[in-house]
Design a protein around this ligand. Structure first.
Ligand SMILES: O=c1ccn([C@@H]2O[C@H](COP(=O)(O)O)[C@@H](O)[C@H]2O)c(=O)[nH]1
Length: 278
């Protein structure tokens, strides 16, 4: 029986630090690494990134879109990323932002959370904007397979507030997502398996971020978020935050040692930040 994702994540971040490097093989990064924007280039890029980053990271976040754009051969590379990262001791959060009606959500959950699937990850990102009830198949699958979910709540993109700050039945849309997560994580120790995505670029928020679950904070680096922003936004919830950056880290490649150093530096920085909170 696999331990719940929350427990596995806490053990991994205690051992390696909270920083979550993203694997986003942009065409521009492939070129910067001297590779072609082809499935072969993608494979070389992904293998180099996983070999360098997985042994020093608690959790990696491949972005599915950059693999899908290469068609079926890109999906094969993604399957390999998932397997190799896990073999190297890292958890994998697949950033796919899925969400749909119940029967289709079930198929997505089977694809990304069922351990017998070739695309199974330890956790996945989910869009709750079809209604919180629409995520139930993901919740059930995560519970069955010891996996985790990260629901979009306060995303890092400009204009996210149009939807996420909208008010419905008293609170905001983001607030109701966060409240739903807090309910799912209630009583879980050391931390629940149901996380939220809260961008490092959001400025400030009055929403309750203490959901007893992990808080993925993308937007560090290329999108302008900094460690100081992470400290200001998350405050007392800092111990549950996974600061995440893709382009900034990958820009250190293709030298494996430089990629590794970028992650080790980021982990040192966030562990130091945590010193003031824990
Ligand atoms: O609110 C969100 C949710 C997800 N992302 C994803 O994170 C990475 C960010 O990449 P950078 O190169 O560090 O900007 C990317 O995969 C996004 O899809 C996000 O940025 N914001």
């Amino acid at each position: 029986m696999t331990d719940p994702f929350g427990a596995r994540l806490r053990a991994a971040t205690d051992a390696r630090g909270p920083f979550c490097p993203g694997i986003d093989p942009h065409a521009a990064l492939l070129h910067a690494w001297g590779l072609d924007d082809t499935p072969d280039g993608l494979e070389r890029f992904a293998r180099t990134a996983v070999e360098a980053l997985a042994p020093v990271s608690a959790i990696l976040k491949p972005q599915a879109a950059f693999f899908e754009r290469h068609g079926s051969r890109g999906i094969v590379v993604l399957e390999r990323v998932l397997a190799d990262a896990r073999d190297a001791g890292a958890l994998v959060l697949l950033d796919v932002k899925r969400g749909d009606i119940g029967s289709t959500a079930q198929a997505y959950a089977d694809a990304y959370l069922d351990r017998s699937s070739p695309l199974a990850a330890d956790a996945m990102t989910v869009s709750p904007f079809l209604g919180l009830g629409s995520v139930q198949p993901f919740v059930d699958a995560a519970r069955e397979h010891g996996a985790g979910l990260f629901l979009l709540a306060l995303t890092s993109n400009p204009g996210a507030d149009q939807v996420q700050h909208a008010r419905a039945s008293g609170g905001t849309v983001a607030g109701s997502v966060l409240a739903g997560l807090a309910e799912l994580n209630r009583g879980q120790d050391p931390i629940g398996s149901y996380g939220a995505v809260v961008g490092a670029t959001i400025g400030s928020t009055e929403e309750e971020l203490a959901i007893n679950g992990p808080l993925l904070a993308p937007g560090v680096g290329a999108q302008g978020g900094t460690a100081a922003d992470v400290r200001r936004i998350f405050g007392a919830s800092l111990p549950d935050v996974l600061p995440s950056s893709s382009r900034e880290v990958l820009g250190a490649g293709p030298e494996p040692a430089r990629l590794r150093d970028a992650v080790l530096r980021a982990n040192d920085e966030y562990v130091a930040l945590l010193g003031g909170v824990r």
